[in-house]
Ligand binder design. Structure first.
Ligand code: PRX
Length: 663
């Protein structure tokens, strides 16, 4: 028995709760081969794996030798086992239109669309870019790719043409699937037009499939662009799911990091599906009779894992909603919960805080008694919002699962697990790691931090849902995630050992509960969306007037954080309110509206170290009215004085509200 296993067993004996959880944790660690095999056997494999894990740190082959297909596991197994008429998706469009898709309906659409892809020349391993609104055809397109072994790369429909182009170019996709438009807050978002702007910059796309959603007038390029329904009409249902190697990439999903370019996170098929299957059980305690609703957009990882693959693997009934949470009125979500008798509801702290602001009357108008479990994801939840969520939405009777994970982890890692055993909840803590997740908080030198000491959250890898690489860049995969820490005093369960760096600060309390304390790197979390400061800076310096830019985050009571930018101008350009507005709009256009700064300041120089590195930490302190801390490495103190004056001046001149309404 390893040291680590002994430690766990001792801890389990001492604890007054969590025995079952710790027992499973211990089992996962003592005998991973059997532990993961037992779970993986719940899925359908065309050929059973030969080894649960082949581990050449940091490269893992989970369920090596196994053959599996995601689309088959999400659809065919249910269609074949008597669940064919069970509802897979209750869909509601923003304008109020509704659709109900059974597993059979979904299977038919997916089979047909996989034939459309084949006709367009898509083969196993080809990348397919998807840029669509939250309509059932989005999961259909993803599952159709998975059926034939094509790798989907979904790009959030709120991204701009430039952001779309960067992602398509990096993935080398040859097909794009999009829609004529999307509904958002009563308006039509012109998706096809944005896609066309992107395509002008990337000749690799051979064909575009366009779904008719809004009926807007769009340009269709002869020979390149086809309507979804025209192609579907001609196609048959005859499509066998292709047996794929367990490590075959299921998808690429771009996410922000500390560089100006987004990173293409790659997930495999077998390990990822096993992780989703089991976390749906452990965390959401999913049952056949549940009506499950995860409000995430499929353009983000939460949507991939817990709108599409996770629930479908379980043959669950889900709700899917297209539009804004407060359209046409702030009770839209509560109305939907009542209409479909939703029992499990999974959303973000930002959304909860937004609804808190609208007031509880909106929720009180609706019968929410069907709810039995609530979840949150994407950012730390403040205890006040946690309590409101539990009382007003959960009626005081629903546990809240605060789930910590990342695009890279594939699925939930740290969370209460009522499907195993509900431990006492502490508002603001994601509680304990799930079985098989070996999370640790370490100090700068990589040694375990003491209780209540702030440190870096690391995972002593590997785990089945993990990313397998970064698309086209295995070196960065190694250096970004697996190189920061050594193996100081850590107990590893897998040999050879490896430490995965999450980029998050955290601390453990006396009970071993983990408290997430925000990002430790240059990544912001704005309304739960992950935005790299360097991405926004790169966008700003692309503008002709900007010489240099520094971007940081400022705490925000609703959105968690908002973006604040400092810019220096090139000779010949002068600060003005109109230039400020133009630059803010420019970022919105270049990256996407979610990345627009809420405040932008003109300065003559940025605070830098003697070696020329921008000290964003100081700017963060300035915009948040926090103590500046250590300034010894600052080259020129007047730069920080200037930044303070600029912030003071503008904030005095116009309240935040005015600044925002100006846009
Ligand atoms: O900082 C953590 C925060 O979101 C980051 C991951 O972002 P992304 O890859 O976009 O995935 C979001 C959805 C899984 C993490 O590094 N985060 C996520 N969940 C939580 C959280 N912070 C605190 N508490 C959480 N429950």
């Amino acid at each position: 028995m390893s040291e680590a296993t002994k430690l766990y067993m001792e801890e389990a004996k001492r604890a007054s709760y969590g025995h079952k959880l710790r027992q499973m944790q211990e089992l996962a660690l003592r005998d991973p081969e059997n532990f993961w095999s037992d779970i993986a056997r719940n899925l359908y494999w065309f050929k059973t794996w030969e080894r649960v894990l082949e581990w050449n740190p940091p490269f893992a082959r989970w369920f090596a030798g196994g053959l599996i297909n995601a689309s088959f596991n999400c659809l065919d197994v249910h269609v074949k086992t008597g669940n064919r008429n069970k509802v897979a998706i209750f869909w509601e469009g923003e304008p109020g239109d509704r659709r109900v898709l059974t597993y059979l309906d979904l299977w038919r659409e997916v089979c047909k669309f996989s034939n459309v892809l084949k006709d367009l020349g898509v083969k196993k391993g080809d990348r397919v870019a998807i840029y669509m609104p939250m309509v059932p055809e989005l999961p259909v397109a993803m599952l159709a790719c998975a059926r034939i072994g094509a790798i989907h790369s979904v790009v959030f429909s709120g991204f701009s043409s430039e952001a779309l182009a960067v992602r398509i170019r990096d993935s080398g996709a040859k097909i794009l699937i999009t829609a004529d438009g999307a509904y958002r807050r009563g308006r039509i978002v012109q998706l096809k037009k944005t896609a066309d702007e992107a395509l002008a910059k990337i000749p690799s796309i051979q064909n575009v499939v366009v779904l008719r959603r809004t009926g807007s007038d769009v340009e269709m390029k002869e020979g390149r662009d086809f309507w979804w329904d025209d192609l579907m009409r001609e196609n048959s249902l005859n499509s066998q799911a292709v047996p794929l190697e367990s490590e075959h990439p299921l998808y690429i999903l771009y996410t922000s990091g500390t560089t100006g370019r987004p990173k293409g996170v790659v997930h495999d098929t077998g390990g990822y599906l096993v992780w989703l299957y089991v976390t749906m059980k452990w965390v959401f305690d999913i049952k056949p009779e549940d009506i499950y609703w995860c409000t995430a957009d499929i353009g983000w990882v939460t949507g991939h894992s817990y709108v599409v693959y996770g629930p479908l693997l379980h043959g669950a009934t889900s709700v899917m909603y297209e539009g804004a949470p407060d359209y046409p009125a702030p009770d839209r979500w509560w109305e939907i919960i009542e209409r479909y008798s939703v029992s499990i509801f999974y959303t973000t702290p930002t959304a909860i805080r937004m609804h808190m602001r609208f007031g509880e009357d909106w929720a009180r108008r609706h019968d929410l008694s069907s709810l039995r479990l609530l979840g949150t994801v994407g950012e730390p939840i403040n205890p006040e919002a946690w309590r409101w969520y539990q009382k007003v939405i959960g009626g005081g009777r629903c546990p809240i699962v605060d789930t910590w994970w990342q695009t890279e982890t594939g699925g939930i890692m740290i969370s209460p697990a009522p499907g195993i055993e509900l431990v006492p909840l502490k508002p603001g803590s994601a509680t304990l790691p799930l079985p098989g997740v070996h999370a640790e908080v370490v100090d700068e030198s990589g040694k375990p931090a003491k209780p209540y000491e702030k440190g870096y959250l690391v995972i002593l890898g590997p785990w089945p849902g993990m990313l397998t690489t970064l698309w086209g860049d295995p070196e960065s995969y190694k250096s970004i995630y697996w190189s920061k820490f050594g193996q100081n005093n850590l107990n590893f369960y897998f040999d050879p050992p490896a430490v995965y760096y999450t980029g998050d600060y955290a601390m453990k309390d006396d009970d071993g509960y983990i408290w997430l304390l925000g990002r430790a790197d240059e990544v912001l979390k704005v309304a739960g969306h992950r935005i790299g400061t360097t991405e926004v800076e790169s966008a700003l310096v692309m503008h002709e007037a900007v010489a240099e830019a520094a971007v940081t985050g400022k705490p925000d009571p609703v959105r968690g954080e908002t973006i604040v930018a400092f810019v220096t101008l090139k000779p010949g350009f002068n600060p003005s309110d109109s230039l400020r507005t133009e630059l803010i709009r420019w970022v919105g256009k270049t990256v996407g509206p979610i990345a627009s700064p809420s405040e932008l300041y003109f300065v003559s120089k940025l605070p830098k170290t003697r070696s020329g590195k921008i000290m964003r930490r100081l700017l963060r302190a300035v915009v948040s009215n926090m103590p500046l801390g250590d300034m010894t490495t600052l080259e020129d103190e007047t730069s920080i004085k200037e930044a303070m004056e600029a912030v003071d001046l503008l904030r005095k001149a116009m309240g935040m509200g005015e600044l925002e309404s100006q846009l």
